[in-house]
Design a protein around this ligand. Structure first.
Ligand SMILES: [Zn+2]
Length: 450
C-alpha cells in the first residue's frame, strides 16, 4: 500500500535530534489528543496508535517520532490522516526489520497539524520493550536489573552475587561505576536466546551486549555457574567502561576495552596463556596498534587478540598499578587519541608499551610470517569469541574455519579475474546506488505534491 511506502521512506530518509533537547507539549486550543499509546509485542512489532481531533479544521499532518530513549536520533514516520477533523491512526513497526533488543527503553511523541495551521507536539512518552514471552524473575543490584526465568532463586542469587562483586572490582580498579540502568536478560537455552536476537545473528554468539542501550542478552543454562562467572563480569565491564567514558566518539582502543573485560572475568580463560606463549615463540603476536580497532574475524586470530588484550592490561596493572589505567580512561573520555593517552598515562608510546610487554614473553624462535594483505573486520563489536555458554544442555557448535580463507582463494585466481571481478562489483554498486537514489527522490517529489 502507498501508506506503507510513505512510512518506510519516512523512516529511511528522515532523522532528527530528539533525546538531546527537552520537549514540552505545545498547547493548541484547537487540537486535542484523545489517546496515544504504544503496544509492544516482542519480538514482532510495536504498534503506535493515536486518536486526535481538531475543532478548527481537518487534521492534515500526523508524524510519529520514535527511537531508543538513550539514542540521540529519532526516526520520523509520516502517517496519512484522512481529511477529517477527528482521526484514528496506527503505525506498525516491524521489529524483525528494525530490531531492538529486549529491555530497550523507547521514547515516542507525535506532531499533529490541521488545515488551519494549528499544530501540537505531544509530550514524550516512554516504555520498555520487554520480552513478555517468558515468566521473568527479576532482581536489582545497584543500577543493574537481572531478568531470568529458569533456575529459581538460587540462579538469581548466583548472578546477583557476581554482579555485585564485578561492580565492586570495577570501582576499585577503574574508579568507574554505572550511571544509568543496565538490564541483563538471561535465556536458559540458545534457541530461546536466538528467538530474541536479530534474525541471522552469527551462530556461535553466546550473548550480545549493547552498551549504548544498556542491555545484555545472554544464554546461560540454570546449572552453568561457570558461565555466569565468565560472561556476566565480562559484559558488565564493557557497560561500566562505556558509561564511564560517556563519549560514543571516544576512541577507546579495543585492546583496553576487551582486555579489561577478560581480566575482570571470575572464570579465567586458561587457554589464553598457552596461546600467547605459542604466538610469541612462533613470532605471530599481533602488533598492539592493530588491536586498537576491530579484532580479526578469523576465530584463531580473534582468540589471540583477546589473549593479548588481557595480557597487556595485566602487564600494565602488575608493572604500574591501577592509576595509569584510570588516567588513560579519563583521557579517552575526552576523546584523546590513543597515542597521546598512552603517552600521558605511561610516559611511553604505544609501540614502546608493546615492546616492553613483549620483552616479558618467550623470545621468538621463528621468522615473522608475512601478514600483508587485507584483514577482514568482524561485523559486530559485541560479538565475543566462540564459547560454550550453556554447557551440557545445549552446546553451541564451534565454527569450523573453512579449509581455505576467502583471501587465499582470491589470491589463487589469475589477475584478470580479480580485476574484472572488482570492476564488475564496483559497477553494480554504482548502478544500485543510482537506482535507489532515483526511486527515493521520485518518492519525495510525490510526497511533496500531495
Ligand atoms: Zn568483550
Amino acid at each position: 500500500m502507498h501508506y506503507h511506502w510513505r512510512a518506510l521512506l519516512g523512516i529511511l530518509m528522515l532523522l532528527c535530534v530528539m533525546a538531546s533537547q527537552p520537549l514540552h507539549a505545545q498547547t493548541s486550543e484547537a487540537i486535542q489528543v484523545i489517546s496515544s499509546s504504544a503496544r509492544p509485542d516482542f519480538p514482532n512489532e510495536i504498534v503506535f496508535a493515536l486518536e486526535a481531533t481538531s475543532s478548527a479544521a481537518a487534521i492534515s499532518t500526523v508524524q510519529l517520532l520514535y527511537g531508543p530513549t538513550r539514542s540521540e536520533a529519532a526516526l520520523i514516520v509520516d502517517l496519512e490522516p484522512p481529511a477529517q477533523p477527528q482521526v484514528r491512526l496506527e503505525h506498525r513497526l516491524d521489529t524483525q526489520v528494525y530490531y531492538y533488543p529486549p529491555g530497550t527503553e523507547m521514547s515516542y511523541r507525535w506532531l499533529i497539524r490541521d488545515a488551519d495551521g494549528n499544530s501540537i507536539e505531544t509530550p514524550v512518552q516512554q516504555f520498555v520493550y520487554t520480552d513478555e514471552r517468558f515468566g521473568w524473575q527479576e532482581r536489582t543490584v545497584g543500577e543493574v536489573t537481572i531478568f531470568w526465568y529458569a533456575g529459581g532463586d538460587a540462579f538469581g542469587d548466583a548472578v546477583a552475587g557476581t554482579v555485585e562483586q564485578t561492580l565492586s572490582n570495577l570501582s576499585n580498579t577503574l574508579k568507574a561505576s554505572l550511571r544509568a540502568p543496565v538490564r541483563i536478560y538471561i535465556y536458559a537455552s540458545i534457541p530461546d536466546m536466538y528467538s530474541a536476537l536479530q534474525a541471522n545473528s552469527a551462530e556461535w554468539i553466546g550473548g550480545q551486549a549493547n552498551t549504548g542501550l544498556g542491555v545484555i542478552v545472554a544464554a546461560i543454562a540454570p546449572d552453568n555457574e561457570r558461565e555466569i562467572r565468565r560472561m556476566i563480569p565480562h559484559e558488565l565491564s564493557h557497560q561500566v567502561l562505556h558509561q564511564h567514558i560517556e563519549n560514543p566518539y571516544g576512541n577507546l582502543p579495543r585492546w583496553l576495552d576487551e582486555g579489561l573485560a577478560v581480566h575482570h572475568q571470575e572464570v579465567r580463560d586458561r587457554e589464553y596463556d598457552q596461546l600467547l606463549i605459542e604466538a610469541a615463540q612462533e613470532n605471530r603476536l599481533i602488533p598492539l596498534e592493530a588491536l586498537a580497532s576491530s579484532f580479526p574475524a578469523d576465530p584463531d586470530q580473534a582468540q589471540l587478540s583477546y589473549a593479548q588484550s588481557r595480557s597487556i592490561v595485566e602487564y600494565i596493572l602488575d608493572t604500574y598499578g591501577e592509576e595509569p589505567l584510570q588516567t588513560m580512561i579519563m583521557a579517552f573520555a575526552e576523546a584523546t587519541p590513543v597515542e597521546e593517552a598512552v603517552q600521558s598515562a605511561l610516559g611511553m608510546s604505544v609501540d614502546e608499551l608493546d615492546a616492553a610487554w613483549r620483552s616479558e614473553l618467550p623470545a621468538a624462535t621463528m621468522p615473522a610470517p608475512d601478514l600483508s594483505g587485507p584483514q577482514v573486520a568482524p561485523q559486530d563489536r559485541f560479538r565475543d569469541p566462540p564459547v560454550l555458554p550453556v554447557g551440557a544442555i545445549n552446546p553451541v557448535p564451534t565454527p569450523t574455519p573453512a579449509p581455505t580463507t576467502l583471501g587465499d582463494r582470491v589470491a589463487a585466481l589469475p589477475a584478470w579475474v580479480t580485476l574484472g571481478g572488482s570492476a564488475l562489483f564496483c559497477l553494480t554498486g554504482v548502478v544500485l546506488l543510482a537506482v535507489v537514489l532515483l526511486v527515493a527522490l521520485r518518492r519525495i517529489g510525490v510526497d511533496k505534491r500531495n
